[in-house]
Design a binder for this molecule. Structure first.
Ligand SMILES: Cc1ncc(COP(=O)(O)O)c(C=O)c1O
Length: 374
């Protein structure tokens, strides 16, 4: 079997046509035509008022924090299990990350742990829609409301997921998305910030262009800010992908169903959960092995790799990473976050690229089953 990559996009003639058109025509007076179409279509898709295109989801989290006024001395709560990009911007603005535990079924932020982590310094919470799943958003919103804490919903991995009929990304003061090459909808690199709040939209648009008012032709900066802009070619690619979003999500769900069919009957293997009332878009199909197999994720990845199957480790708890080694909050999280530490060592992401076939999935599952039988 040829190498099976962990992730990858689904590109059609539509994407090629739009990008070709952008690179040919989207200059001079037309420089923003694809940004405008992509942002408008994205806001309509999500059912929010504003969508602002950015070079990454990391920059979208950074600008969300700045627009919410988070800064030095503040604390921001984030789940211990996520990619470091959810938390790194907290450090950029001089605030401190507080790592909360996850729910053992959804693997997303536990509302209970979130509430326990709140202090008088808490200025925001960043729930993460992990691997396309969603946390109990209604409960997280309740806790946040009771304590007057703004929400930045990290929907980087969850375009098209839904909770009680509402799309991922629409639950917070801001929602943020990633269009990295591994994501369900890709622009190569790229991101989007969505919000219903006009004040936040205005501030983000100002901050992403070196502290200038939109339309400023005088090159007159009133603050030192950032250069966080997406290119036309990326916006064109994003628009083409967004026009195919239902097809992309259907494929992701199909890939999960193929895996489920092969693995559902294997004892001691847990796959991604879809809670009642939630639509999971399964960005990454994930397996957690029962501890009794005695196989940790690093070992399992190596065994899969020997058979040309590229996997990824379930995220390590952020509080276990050298990057956060010297943080007092990490020490507390290591004691508090039992679920994160119980689950993380035994999980891997299986290949979930959009070009997966049923045949490849059968091969991957056969390899996995043979490893577990040894
Ligand atoms: C949960 C989560 N948040 C944030 C990001 C950051 O996205 P980007 O790479 O577009 O900055 C990612 C990307 O992998 C992610 O998975």
């Amino acid at each position: 079997m040829e190498q099976i990559p962990i992730a990858g996009p689904w590109i059609t003639q539509r994407e090629i046509d739009y990008v070709t058109d952008a690179v040919t025509r989207a200059w001079y007076g037309n420089a923003n035509i694809y940004h405008e179409r992509f942002e408008k279509a994205f806001a309509d898709y999500l059912g929010v008022r504003f969508a602002i295109s950015l070079p990454s989801c990391t920059s979208a989290i950074h600008l969300s924090l700045l627009a919410l006024g988070v800064g030095g001395g503040d604390e921001v709560i984030v789940p211990d299990i996520t990619w470091i990009a959810s938390a790194a911007p907290i450090t950029y603005v001089g605030a401190t990350p507080v790592f909360a535990d996850i729910d053992p079924k959804t693997w997303c932020l536990s509302a209970e742990s979130f509430e326990k982590c709140i202090t008088s310094r808490t200025k925001a919470v960043i729930p993460v829609d992990l691997y396309g799943n969603m946390p109990d958003m209604a409960e997280i919103q309740n806790v946040a409301k009771r304590h007057h804490i703004p929400i930045i919903e990290d929907a980087a991995e969850a375009i098209g997921s839904e909770h009680r009929g509402q799309k991922a990304g629409g639950f917070g003061d801001t929602g943020v998305f990633s269009f990295h090459g591994s994501k369900t909808l890709t622009t190569g690199e790229g991101g989007m910030l969505v919000t219903d709040r006009e004040d936040i939209c205005h501030r983000v648009v100002f901050l992403r262009d070196h502290g200038r008012e939109p339309g400023d032709r005088n090159f007159y900066n009133t603050e030192v800010a950032y250069k966080y802009k997406m290119s036309s070619m990326q916006a064109a690619l994003g628009l083409a992908q967004l026009e195919r979003i239902e097809e992309l999500i259907t494929r992701k769900r199909q890939i999960f169903t193929w895996y489920q069919k092969q693995l559902a009957s294997v004892e001691g293997v847990t796959l991604n959960y879809e809670p009642p009332g939630t639509k999971n878009t399964y960005w990454m199909v994930t397996v957690i092995l029962d501890q009794r197999f005695g196989i940790e994720k690093g070992c399992l990845m190596e065994l899969m790799d020997n058979r040309n199957i590229h996997c990824r480790p379930f995220f390590h708890p952020l509080s276990s990473l050298p990057a956060y080694e010297n943080l007092e909050q990490s020490r507390r999280a290591r004691q508090r976050n039992q679920k994160s530490y119980q689950i993380s060592p035994y999980g891997i992401n299986l290949p979930s690229a959009l070009n997966m076939t049923q045949e490849k999935i059968r091969y991957i599952c056969d390899v996995l089953k043979s490893i577990l039988q040894q």
